[in-house]
Design a protein around this ligand. Structure first.
Ligand SMILES: [Mn+2]
Length: 417
């Protein structure tokens, strides 16, 4: 396989990164199957990643199937590896921490690549290969999104993939990697390619850069918001597939109208839920306050409860000194897989502004500690946890037990101080 490691834009790719890409090039040249399954996340970064990888693998002569999921869970992994027995399965924009679980469930059936930028754990396995810059000291939260990572890998394997630099920029902005004023690190390398190839232009607004993308005739933030709405709000009706198509062919009227319709649906559902919480109030414990949406947000995906918590956390009916927890049932149908036999609840955690400040000052425990600890008590899987925002999946029916565990961990920490 021909490898070009030096970028078109003067981007310094560190040695470990380059070695990993080389390893992947070797692995793919040795792969004898003709099909590759790409399992991707349903937000803008996951959708752009899916678009980049599907183009790359097509160029390399493979047949590609995309599977969009919201969360990595053993039952989903089992279903995917059953269906694609013997194939290469690539997980992207998720699964960084799930390598061990995937390896166990896979049991030698498939070759697996995990291309992620979330915190990850490496494993020593014949079949599962984890490529995550977090493993060699590059913050995936700041310097590289999954789309930029896939873009750089793709351009190393096929020079023509530079045509898709604009998708790396869209993914980076979708993950708010421009939050300090502009994208940095590897995201910046991808942006520089896009600038050099006349795919993007920088516009300075206030203290912030905005990236105008010629392909879409639109700014990256606008495109990213559309993609996330398609993928998250339109999850059950496979809006993400329209998103992937738009990434490669542009937005047609049908897609634009769909985005509008979904945005309205979300606003309506959110308004209704806010009304309900205003009237009935939240369940209030000593340290937490919580609500359970059950299926009220259907057909939106479970990303919705996180977004909803974010929207209400500083409203007047929310107590400012208690942790906020929202529950939403996971639907029993994964659009690209079919019915799944599970009873799972998604939990999103946020803190009202005054409590958020205490967490950031280290005066009280953050969700990065609380959520994994409480999840463990009830046998749940926490994957995306940050100090002031986190999410986890637990078995349905264990909600009260989870809250009890959460309260006890807070209490114990307070008495210890
Ligand atoms: Mn991402």
């Amino acid at each position: 396989m021909h490898m070009v490691i030096s970028g078109m834009a003067s981007c310094y790719i560190n040695q470990e990164f380059a070695e990993n890409v080389k390893k992947m090039g070797k692995k793919i040249s040795e792969y004898t199957g003709n099909k590759i399954a790409v399992v991707h996340h349903n937000d803008a970064d996951g959708i752009c990643s899916a678009a980049i990888l599907s183009k790359l693998f097509e160029m390399l002569g493979f047949e590609v199937e995309l599977i969009c999921i919201e969360k990595v869970h053993p039952i989903i992994v089992e279903a995917v590896h059953n269906k694609y027995d013997g194939s290469l399965v690539v997980y992207t924009d998720l699964a960084g921490l799930a390598a061990k679980m995937i390896d166990e469930i896979n049991a030698g059936r498939c070759k697996v690549w995990i291309i992620d930028h979330h915190p990850a754990k490496a494993i020593d396995s014949e079949d599962v290969f984890v490529f995550d810059p977090e493993l060699f000291g590059i913050s995936g939260d700041t310097f590289v999104c999954a789309s930029s990572l896939n873009y750089i890998i793709a351009t190393c394997m096929k020079e023509e993939m530079r045509d898709y630099a604009y998708l790396a920029v869209t993914g980076a902005v979708g993950d708010y990697h421009d939050r300090t004023g502009g994208v940095l690190g590897f995201d910046r390398c991808a942006l520089e390619d896009a600038l050099m190839l006349d795919q993007a232009k920088i516009k300075i607004e206030g203290h912030k850069e905005r990236y105008y993308l010629e392909f879409f005739g639109e700014f990256a933030d606008v495109v990213a918001e559309r993609l996330t709405i398609l993928g998250a709000v339109g999850y059950e009706e496979r809006g993400y597939a329209m998103g992937v198509k738009a990434c490669l062919e542009g937005f047609d009227d049908t897609t634009i109208n769909k985005v509008k319709e979904l945005r309205e649906l979300r606003n309506e559902k959110f308004e209704k839920a806010i009304q309900m919480l205003r009237e009935d109030g939240l369940h209030v414990e000593k340290y937490t306050q919580w609500f359970h949406l059950k299926d009220a947000f259907s057909p939106m995906g479970v990303k919705a409860v996180g977004e909803f918590c974010e929207r209400i956390k500083d409203m007047v009916f929310v107590e400012e000194d208690k942790y906020l927890l929202g529950f939403q049932n996971c639907p029993n149908r994964i659009p690209d897989i079919g019915e799944v036999d599970w009873n799972v609840v998604k939990i999103s955690a946020r803190a009202p502004f005054p409590l958020e400040r205490k967490i950031l000052k280290g005066e009280v425990l953050g969700f990065d500690v609380l959520i994994p600890a409480a999840s463990e008590v009830v046998g749940g899987v926490a994957d995306a946890t940050h100090r002031i925002a986190a999410a986890t999946l637990i078995e349905g029916g264990k909600e009260e037990e989870f809250i009890k565990a959460f309260e006890e961990i807070v209490e114990k920490n307070i008495t210890r101080q």
